[in-house]
Design a binder for this molecule. Structure first.
Ligand code: T5A
Length: 208
């Protein structure tokens, strides 16, 4: 069976973590080898960078430093974990990837899109998702869910308009790359979201 690189994206609290676990369990029941991982993070070095990025105390972090740290974490993650797993034929399911940088740092922080794209190329090499699923929900609903689940991190503390720009950017990316990026309504009950995701993944895995 072939490996594949699948990423889940969306605003805060859209349900990525919940859905990744359900998807992993279902694919493993079919006998497939699956790696679940996340960004920022996924390796010890990238997790250390994650701590800096999400620490609410780091209010002095500049937008450009933030962008470079997300890409630095990604470069390490791709080199150390994602690329080797794909080379071994695993299905890699990643909680956020480069589209999050386009949405949060590009649209959210209003940094230049061409700079962000060039950094993606540098950090990822030729590793790019076969399928990206955007779990779409209004930003205020996602923030409510996330706040109910745990303490707010540095990015979650941004104002609602920031998160609304992020949501619009994910939808724009999906519109501009309809082959790779699919949108699923994340306001549905978890089982319905899981069924929609599985169907999209199945279609990619069954491609010759
Ligand atoms: N970031 C990340 C950038 O700015 N740039 C980048 O390049 C990258 C990679 C990461 C932060 O970094 C930013 C984005 C983020 O701000 P994180 O802790 O990984 O931080 O945060 P999130 O990715 O947003 O993860 P969350 O845990 O907040 O949200 P999830 O994983 O989308 O949601 P989940 O599954 O934990 O669910 C949240 C709550 O909702 C419930 C769950 O039970 C849980 O309580 N829920 C539902 N409730 C009703 N209906 C459903 N369908 C539900 N699904 C889940």
């Amino acid at each position: 069976m072939n490996g594949a690189f699948i990423t889940l994206e969306g605003v805060e609290g859209c349900g990525k973590t919940t859905q990744m676990t359900l998807l992993r369990d279902r694919l493993e029941r079919e006998g497939r080898r699956v790696l679940l991982t996340r960004e920022p993070g996924g390796t010890p070095i990238a997790e250390a960078i994650r701590d800096i990025l999400l620490d609410p105390a780091n209010t002095a972090l500049s937008p450009v430093a933030e962008l470079l740290l997300y890409e630095a974490a990604r470069a390490q993650h791709v080199a150390e974990r994602i690329r080797p797993a794909l080379d071994e034929g695993a299905i890699v399911i990643c909680d956020r990837f480069a589209d999050s940088t386009t949405a949060y740092q590009g649209a959210g922080r209003v940094l230049p899109g061409d700079t962000v794209r060039n950094l993606h190329r540098l950090a990822t090499g030729a590793v790019w998702p076969d399928l990206t699923i955007v779990l779409d929900i209004p930003a205020e609903e996602g923030l409510k869910r996330a706040a109910a689940a745990r303490t707010r991190d540095r990015i979650e503390r941004e104002p609602l308009e920031f998160h609304q720009r992020v949501r619009r950017e994910f939808l724009r990316i999906a519109e501009s790359e309809p082959e790779r990026v699919k949108v699923v309504d994340a306001a549905q009950p978890p089982e319905a979201v899981a069924a929609a995701i599985y169907e999209l993944v199945r279609m990619v895995l069954e491609q010759p």
